[in-house]
Design a protein around this ligand. Sequence first.
Ligand code: AKG
Ligand code: FE2
Length: 277
Amino acid sequence: MTVTVKPLKDGFGAEIAGIDLSRPVGGEDRDAVYGAFLDHHLIIIRGQALSAEQVTAAARIFGDKLEPHLFEHFHHPDTPLIMVLSNRVEDGKPKGMADAGSFWHTDVSYKPNPAKATMLYALEVPDDGGDTLFCNLTAAYEALPEAMKSRLDGLRAVHDYAYLPRDVFTSGKVTPPPDCSQPLIRTHPETGLKAIYISPAYIVRIEGLADDDSEALKKEIYDHCLHDRFRMRFKWRTGDVVAWDNAALMHSATTKELDPAKPRTLWRATISGGPVF
Ligand SMILES: O=C(O)CCC(=O)C(=O)O
Ligand SMILES: [Fe+2]
């Protein structure tokens, strides 16, 4: 098979064809997929049919270490390295996490070593609804006025997983990790590109600013980043594999609004990253 990389029309993201993830991907094919991931921040490989083991093997294209999600009750029965995202309920028990985050965030930014990449594999998706939204924080950084770039450079923000009240935390079912400090501007460890590093759902405050100033600056940054020109709406098809670079993008699920009668099941693998600089 010949691997082809076709950029999406939205300004970032690319669709890759000619890859079968049920088989080991190495050599030039692996380099092509990983190169596209770095260049386009997000890659889509359609038409896959994968076992749990094949999903974790595919996720290792993006980094050698995978990590289990904090929500153990949603781990895949065969491996803690896959979290099941699903709105299906069987015998009164949820089959997975129905809403993994219908709010803007970058994965695991609430830990000192956040997720490098995230990979999702769609087993079943509704014909309408359940899209995932992405926002290009590299392009958003580049579009900042020079004065704003200098103002943000060196600032840090406090991230807390439980900043927005959620049932899992308020019920005591899961204890959130301690909050942590991250730079507001990060430099990609491989491409060297700078990006705004935000998780609007997790950022409590910007360090060193009075509360009012912190709130005002948060709003100014979020409004800038969430401009239409930096955004993309991804519509899932069954068999899609999507992997994205958490050092370049933020994202939001839309599953909070999804009709519970429309089944949606995805498997998620988290690729570990190092500290943010
Ligand atoms: O279900 C989705 O659309 C995305 C969920 C999400 O935020 C994640 O898996 O990191
Ligand atoms: Fe997420």
